[in-house]
Every structure is written in structure tokens, then in C-alpha cells.
Design a protein around this ligand. Structure first.
Ligand code: ADP
Length: 316
């Protein structure tokens, strides 16, 4: 069966830093063309190392990396042309004008100055920064600086855009605007790989997710499949009047939140009507019920915790 070339194929990728620390223990990962892919993991898991190797910024100890079929060891220049990287840190010259920052980047990829300026205009327009093009970057707000980083990463029309924690530390409103931008870029045909600490972000944006922990991939599947692995779901019950205490329920575990609402753990397959009936029998009228967001968080904690337990076991 013919299959299209993946956007990224990583095989047996290892990285040992000079200090002797093994950051990646031979990871395998494939990201299909057109996907919105999430690479998740706790701090120090190896996400930036993996991304750094893919983008040609960090040397690997062993393993292979192909970008759209181009081996980064055989043709690093072509591989680099296929990738746009948005690193965590703002690494542009704060004193330069936006149009210069973006157009110069296109110049690094061998584009003529005339084309570079056209591309810079396209990207600045797309990121809502065209009005500011003559201003030095230091005058931008944090959110605008992040968009400038994205504009610059897109100027050579990469087929794969890699964003390292693009919404770290930004407020919720700005985070949502960035989500929309990333979705739009992906809809236009660019494969997107995102690392994030915000599991809610991965849950709403990424169709596939890999979880990395201590330099090993501990999970790699469709987001929905991942979420379906949870056999307990937590619901938030909004009662007509705030509760003073959590009721004792038969077969459900309920906790009272500080705001007087209830959080109830419900095993997969259990009928919610039974929960309503029990609450009603205890004089609690449910005004609304919603699925608690961040179910991925529960899974994440569980997976990472499980792995840590295995590690401890193995080193005993
Ligand atoms: P993440 O991006 O998931 O937070 P990193 O890839 O930055 O993780 O780090 C993985 C591990 O490698 C960590 O233990 C980190 O301390 C170590 N590390 C990262 N960069 C270096 C470096 N330049 N030299 C030595 N160790 C490093």
C-alpha cells in the first residue's frame, strides 16, 4: 500500500550530553504530513533536546532523523529549509525593525531580497503585525513578540513548523489567539509539532500526542485513544445552592469544591442518571453538569508516575 512520506521520522535517537547525562534513550517517533502533533512531557524530559536535534541545533549521539524523507545527516541544508522553528526564547534583535527581522530570515534561505520583502509582508500581515512593521521589536508586547517569532519562522514557507512551548506564561486570552493562529497555519497545509506544558492545549489542538519522560517515549497515540484509556471521568456538578459538605454516594466518589460545587468520579460505562437520582434523593438539585477539563492531566500524571515507579523498580 502506498503511503505518503511522513513529515518527520525519528529512529533510535539517542543523546548523551558531555556531562554523561542521557537525555534521549533511543526514541522512535513518526509524524505524518499534515498532522497537528503534540510532544508532551515534564520539565527535563528531553523535548527541547529532541527538537534541537531535528532542527539541526543539537548534535545527536546516535539515530536517524528524516524530514519529509530528507535525512538531516545527508542533506542538512535541505532539511533545514523544510523546517520552521519557534524556540521558547525571543532571540531576535530587539532594536531591529519587524520587517527587517523577518525579511533577513528569508535571506538566510537564499531568497532574493525582493522576494524576501514580499514574503515578509505576507507573514507580517498574517500575524497581524503589518501596521507595526517599521517599529523596533522591543516596542512590541509579549504576545506580539511571540507572533513575530512565528512570522519569522514561516517566511521561507517551511512544510513543518515546530513550536517549543509557544504559550508558556502567556495569559489565557492571548493563548487562545495563538491557538487560532496555529490551527489556521495547520489548516493551510503546514504540519505542526507543538511542545507544551498545558495539557488542555494539547487536548484541544493536537490530533496525535506523544508523551516523553526521562528521555523515553511512554505514549504515542491519537488524542482520543489516549483519553479513552481513562476508565474514570471526573464531572463537575453545579447544584442549585452551594453545598456545605460532600454527600456520601453509593458507588460514586464525590468531593466538595471550595466554590460549593461537587466533583464526582464516574467509572466509564456508569449511567449518569443514577448519579442524578442519588443526588436528588439527598436533596441536591443539579443545575448543570460538565465534564471536568484537563482529563489529559490525569492520564499524564498516571503515565509519568507509572514510569517513575518502573524506573525505581529497575534500579533496585
Ligand atoms: P525538556 O525540554 O523536556 O524540559 P531538555 O531536552 O531541555 O528537556 O533536557 C533533557 C535533559 O538534558 C535534562 O536533564 C537537562 O538538564 C539535560 N540537558 C539539556 N541541555 C543540556 C546541555 N546543553 N548540557 C547538559 N545537559 C543538558
Amino acid at each position: 500500500m502506498a503511503s505518503s512520506t511522513p513529515a518527520l521520522r525519528i529512529e533510535g535517537l539517542r543523546k548523551t550530553y558531555k556531562s554523561g547525562l542521557i537525555a534521549l534513550h533511543g526514541i522512535d517517533l513518526t509524524v505524518q504530513a499534515g498532522e497537528f502533533f503534540g510532544l508532551l512531557g515534564p520539565n527535563g524530559a528531553g523535548k527541547s533536546t529532541a527538537i534541537g536535534i531535528v532542527a539541526g541545533l543539537v548534535n545527536r549521539t546516535a539515530g536517524n532523523v528524516e524530514i519529509f524523507g530528507v535525512d538531516i545527516a545527508h542533506d542538512p541544508a535541505q532539511a533545514r529549509c523544510l523546517i520552521g522553528l519557534v524556540p521558547q526564547e525571543f532571540n531576535f534583535n530587539q532594536f531591529e525593525r519587524l520587517d527587517q527581522i523577518v525579511a533577513q530570515q528569508a535571506g538566510f534561505f537564499g531568497v532574493s531580497w525582493r522576494v524576501a520583502r514580499e514574503r515578509a509582508e505576507e507573514c507580517l500581515q498574517a500575524m497581524g503585525l503589518w501596521e507595526k512593521r517599521k517599529r523596533p521589536a522591543r516596542e512590541l508586547s509579549g504576545g506580539m513578540k511571540r507572533r513575530l517569532m512565528i512570522a519569522r519562522a514561516l517566511v521561507h514557507k517551511p512544510r513543518l513548523l515546530i513550536l517549543d512551548e509557544p504559550t508558556a506564561g502567556v495569559d489565557i486570552e492571548l493563548r487562545r489567539t495563538t491557538w487560532e493562529l496555529m490551527e489556521q497555519i495547520n489548516r493551510n497545509g503546514t504540519t505542526v509539532i507543538l511542545t507544551t506544558h498545558y495539557l488542555e492545549e494539547a487536548e484541544s489542538l493536537c490530533r496525535r500526542i506523544a508523551i516523553i519522560d526521562h528521555g523515553r517515549i511512554v505514549e504515542d497515540s491519537d488524542t482520543q485513544v489516549l483519553l479513552a484509556k481513562l476508565n474514570v471521568e471526573t464531572f463537575v456538578v453545579d447544584p442549585e445552592s452551594p453545598l456545605q459538605a460532600a454527600p456520601e454516594l453509593d458507588g460514586f466518589v464525590a468531593r466538595r469544591r471550595e466554590d460549593g460545587r461537587l466533583e464526582v468520579d464516574v467509572e466509564r460505562g456508569r449511567n449518569l442518571n443514577e448519579l442524578f437520582a442519588q443526588l436528588q434523593a439527598r436533596g441536591i438539585v443539579t443545575r448543570s453538569l460538565r465534564n471536568k477539563a484537563n482529563r489529559l492531566e490525569e492520564l499524564f500524571v498516571r503515565l509519568v508516575g507509572k514510569h517513575e515507579a518502573r524506573e525505581t523498580e529497575a534500579t533496585r
